[in-house]
Design a protein around this ligand. Sequence first.
Ligand code: KMH
Ligand code: ZN
Length: 275
Amino acid sequence: MTTGTLITVAPTGAESAKTEVPALPVTLDELLLTAKECAALGAAVIHVHIRDHEARPTLDQGRLRETVAALRESTDLIVQLSTGGAVTDPEADRLAVLDAAPDMASCTMGTVNFGDDVFLNRWEFIVELHTRMQERGIVPEYEIFDLGHLAALQRLLGKYGLPHGGHVHVDFVMGVPGGMPGNAATLVAAQQMLRDLPEGTTFSATGIGRTTIPVMLAALSAGGHLRVGMEDTVTYAKGRPVESNMQLVARAVSLAQLAQRPPLNPGEARQLLGR
Ligand code: KMH
Ligand code: ZN
């Protein structure tokens, strides 16, 4: 059954430099302003990477806790922390992200080439993330960069059981150089593979860079949900840099409305995600 659209904003990421992308929110104040404005437009979830005082990616525990508290105080958004971090982050720091007690956290389902880098996600590490989230009542969003990651998720759930809340939600991150391509045919192939996952599994999709629009349109027509934000693209259209995360959320909201699948509010999103 097709429902409204869950819109997640991923405003910062770990890959773009503030010096090259001045509109990127990197301070807590910038993040909070972005969060409030994106929530007002129709976002229900925020996928958070934080930066240090020099705008470098960090997994600093104090900053993470402060960020979770501040987002909860000033918005109704579901707060999802990234456990992916940057490709250079050690596993121990990535696991410790859960100590900041977010509503949700990302859990990438396998290793993938990531441009010239490797985004390493060993099986034992994935199991540790999944089981710690179960114990602590944190809802995972399983990040799928390649089709094999869905087979890994099937294996994970078969061996270790359902996540907290019992609902499975995945996010197809498409168009990463080294991962699955960002196009409609691949999205449909990924969606077909959800048949092997628990009934009712939902998906969001995001397309990196120039795959943003084809992936967004394909996801909407296939009954999927959307993730948008400057983590995934810093170009709005050919030759036009993104001005703000709000610009990307506003576009997603208008396409969702056009598809007659208007944005879910945070309360509806919590119901959908079992949070
Ligand atoms: N920054 C990427 C290496 C996640 O947030 O869980 C990983 C990433 C995935 O962004
Ligand atoms: Zn991320």
